[in-house]
Design a protein around this ligand. Structure first.
Ligand SMILES: [Zn+2]
Length: 454
């Protein structure tokens, strides 16, 4: 990349930080829909702010009725797309820094949206500015599309696609470097079965409310007294797992403490429902609970469900029980599978059903995988840009999560989290390192020049 582009990007630093601070100060969490504000006033205000900043930078910007905006560099028919988003998830607990202040401290900028996805979106915008101000001639246009509903239903991209042609090729700066070219498919099963009439009597259990979360706590009340509690303590000792039992007048309250996380990333996590299933079976639970203990238990790879599989581009299948509850004498649970590209999803459903006798099973969600070959021009160019700017090796990766990359025929997720950084998206004290963000601007400029310049 030309020296001029580096110099321009370095010169943007203060302006970049000030603009991002302005964006972080907009708490763009989804709210009640209003006219021209389909995701609520707070998101609408963020969109207005972004459009004003983009316009001030000299790009033509278009409002898609509050669903999204776009900004374009170059007037060639064929365009490279960059898909980011301006909405954020709610703050949640545990913050020690102000979530909507744009606080800058020790080279970091803190706040909800700094890394997901306002910081990276702005990095792409400043890359476009550098390309324009460096006067680099383009043979393809560059179109930044900023959506307002990524964290919820993706209604923004749906609306955009209905009103404007979405380019075929591009990337989404909404995940990690080096690059994600494979997004696993998804199958979510809902399971129902009448509670057993024999064995341990379970009186109450309701754990989890989202299919895509690995529950960190599972509490269950069962019939019994001190003798049962003693068995729980013995099992905790035997397994080394954190179980507790408390004898009350209304039975024994059992608790399993896991390690919460996102269902697509079970490595290093521990599903508290899975722990509870194994405990309940040990305590004499029969029927559906015994079946689930044997077929799922604490596994996150689907082995005992007959579903385990992997391939080179996707790595292993993952499976998570996010919800399990007893209501009106019936068990209800969910299994969230993230499936390798080559997995046969129909066969997977059959295998799971065969290992879950007694359950009525329905398919709540089913999505195909998304994959762009590693030897495609897109992947090769983006990885070359990453390698040139960082000196690190660029290898494509797979994810069980989903990004806007799949909105594009040929789309990948590209940054802006670096391999040695902890992913704080959706977590407390979300921040971005400012040096790293400026490096991301250079990577994006380099990448867009490779893809779009003459
Ligand atoms: Zn995001």
């Amino acid at each position: 990349m030309e020296q001029k582009v580096y110099e321009l990007i370095d010169s943007y630093r203060d302006e970049f930080v000030a603009t991002l601070q302005g964006w972080i100060r907009m708490p763009s969490v989804k709210g009640e829909p209003e006219d021209g504000a389909p995701f609520g006033q707070d998101v609408r205000k963020m969109l207005d702010r972004a459009m004003a900043d983009i316009r001030a930078m000299g790009f033509p910007v278009r409002d898609f009725q509050g669903y999204a905006c776009d900004a374009t560099l170059g007037d060639a028919e064929e365009k490279i797309a960059v898909l980011g988003h301006l909405d954020v998830v709610p703050v949640g607990d545990g913050w020690t820094k102000p979530p909507f202040d744009g606080l800058v401290e020790n080279g970091r900028i803190y706040g909800r949206g700094t890394n997901d996805d306002k910081g990276p979106s702005l990095a792409a915008l400043y890359a476009m500015k550098a390309i324009r101000e460096a006067g680099i001639p383009l043979k393809k246009g560059i179109r930044l599309i900023l959506g307002c509903d990524e964290e919820s239903g993706w209604e923004d991209m749906k609306y955009y696609g209905e009103h404007e042609k979405i380019p075929d090729v591009g990337f989404s700066p909404d995940a990690s470097f080096p690059l994600i070219n494979t997004e696993k498919g998804m199958v979510v099963l809902e399971l129902r079965a009448p509670a057993a009439k024999t064995g341990l009597r379970i009186l109450e259990m309701a754990t989890g409310n989202r299919i895509n979360v690995i529950p960190g706590e599972c509490v269950c009340r069962a019939e019994g007294g001190e003798e049962l509690a003693e068995k729980v303590r013995a099992y905790a000792k035997k397994t080394g797992l954190p179980y507790t039992a408390e004898v009350t007048e209304a039975g024994v309250v059992l608790q399993a403490t896991g390690i919460p996380g996102h269902s697509a990333y079970p490595e290093g996590r521990r599903n508290a429902i899975g722990m509870m299933l194994l405990l309940l079976k040990e305590l004499g639970a029969e029927g559906p609970i015994a079946t689930l203990a044997a077929a799922v238990g604490m596994e996150h790879d689907g082995t005992s469900l007959g579903c385990a599989c992997r391939d080179d581009v996707s790595e292993a299948l993952t499976c998570n029980m996010g919800i399990l509850r007893l209501e009106n004498g019936e068990w209800f649970g969910t299994l969230d599978f993230r499936c390798p590209v080559t997995a046969d999803q129909e066969k997977l459903k059959k295998n799971a059903a065969a290992h879950l006798p007694g359950f009525a099973i329905s398919v709540a969600t089913q999505k195909p995988p998304h994959h762009v070959p590693a030897d495609s021009e897109l992947v090769k160019n983006l990885l070359a840009a990453y390698e040139e700017e960082t000196g690190l090796e660029g290898k494509p990766m797979s994810t069980g999560g989903g990004t806007y990359a799949k909105v594009l025929q040929q789309g990948v997720a590209f940054g802006a989290l670096f391999p040695d950084e902890e992913d704080l998206a959706h977590q407390a004290d979300e921040f971005e390192d400012i040096d790293r963000l400026m490096l991301a601007v250079k990577i994006y400029a380099n990448a867009l020049i490779r893809l779009a310049a003459e």
